[in-house]
Design a protein around this ligand. Structure first.
Ligand code: NAP
Length: 349
């Protein structure tokens, strides 16, 4: 028997909110019954308030929901948050205080010392901090976050290599325009061009990676000691962040060891067969010109990360490429998988 859990989406009318609506359609556990947005949209039907910008039509069932203000009131106990970062702190905390589990996509709480920055394959143990979060803040609810859309591609590419002792990494991103929301980067800036700056992205990648790959022991997070240097670029790709990674390792694995580590990487979401978990979370591609965003990013429902082009690095030890879907594995799909893990851990009441 599947559970049947009512869920809401805060910021449901925006780009990431629409991805939540699409990703949740037909979900075997979660039923979307509530949508929230700003007071500009509140009171309208979802299909009147939302300019649907995704492929395919708006899922049936949501079109006629009335958009609510982002206030707890009659919202379900589990809410996904895709609200604008300028308002996410207050809205998410208000919901947590009122007893809701907030599974957030916004950056606002990611680096706080009592908030998990969760990637279910990598750091499910970080959920242990929730008891302290509730006690310290006096909340009956809770906040859990997922990483920035480029960080998740990097961390999923690095996690299989952790047993080899990651010491340093240098990463360069080629980030899709959908990562900037809508309308995002002006077409005059991005068409046939590369923009070598994304505000605060490099800082986020560097510190989020250390938190995600770090440990939670003795009641606190201990950042992974690896050095991380990120160069972030916006490129004219619609969906899919590509990252090129050079890595320095403490041990001396062969190329075959590295490729086995990518392909055999499995964790709790796969063991528990969580509905949104990819069967194989990291897939190594052997073709010399893959992965490519246009050809590969939609595979595995957008939830796997594809690696390829592993070779020796003359400066660090190895270099390779990784690709992931920024608005699925890097946003809505990541948060839904987080909630599935929380349910399977008995953390959703
Ligand atoms: P967006 O398209 O601008 O959508 C923002 C949403 O927030 C809309 O639903 C909007 O409602 C709502 N909102 C704005 N002001 C509000 C207020 N005062 N009270 C309540 N709701 C309010 O932005 P987005 O690209 O979807 O990003 C949403 C969040 O996800 C941001 O925190 C962003 O940093 C994060 N994120 C985005 C991506 C990505 O790929 N785009 C990836 C990872 C994380 P109205 O329609 O009524 O204005």
């Amino acid at each position: 028997m599947h559970p049947s859990i009512e869920v809401g989406v805060l910021g449901a009318t925006g780009m990431v909110g629409q991805h939540f609506v699409k990703f949740l359609a037909g979900h075997p556990w979660f039923k979307l019954t509530w949508v929230g947005a700003s007071d500009r949209s509140a009171g309208k039907k979802y299909n009147e308030a939302t300019s649907w910008r995704l492929g395919g039509t708006m899922p049936e069932g949501v079109a006629n929901l009335t958009v609510e203000e982002c206030k707890p009131g009659n919202a379900p106990k589990l809410v996904f948050s895709a609200t604008d970062a300028s308002v996410a702190t207050e809205i998410e905390q208000t919901f947590a205080k009122a007893g809701h589990s907030v599974v957030s996509n916004s950056r606002n709480h990611r680096m706080e010392a009592d908030v998990p920055l969760l990637v279910p394959e990598i750091n499910p143990g970080h959920l242990q901090v929730l008891a302290a979060q509730k006690a310290k803040r006096g909340w009956s609810g809770q906040i859990v976050t997922n990483p920035n859309c480029s960080t998740i591609v990097l961390t999923m590419g690095l996690a299989p290599l952790k047993p080899f002792g990651i010491q340093r990494t240098i990463v360069t991103t080629l980030q899709a325009i959908s990562g900037a929301g809508y309308p995002g980067v002006p077409s005059m800036d991005i068409t046939a061009n590369v923009v070598p700056y994304i505000g605060m992205e490099e800082e986020k990648m560097e510190c989020e990676t250390q938190k995600i790959l770090g440990e939670f022991t003795n009641g606190s997070f201990h950042a992974h000691p690896m050095g991380v240097s990120a160069h972030c670029n916006r490129v004219p790709v619609i969906d899919g962040h590509t990252v090129t990674i050079s890595v320095d390792l403490a041990s001396d694995p062969s190329e075959a060891d590295m490729i086995d580590a990518f392909n055999n990487y499995r964790s709790l979401p796969q063991e528990r067969n969580l509905p949104s978990a990819p069967k194989q979370p990291v897939i190594y591609m052997t073709e010399r010109d893959r992965p490519q965003p246009r050809r590969d990013v939609e595979r595995e429902n957008g939830m796997a990360v594809f690696t390829g082009r592993l070779r020796k690095c003359p400066v660090l030890d190895y270099k390779f490429i990784a690709l992931g879907h920024n608005t699925v594995r890097g946003a809505a799909g990541a948060a839904v998988l987080n909630a599935e893990l929380m349910y399977s851990e008995g953390l959703l009441g």
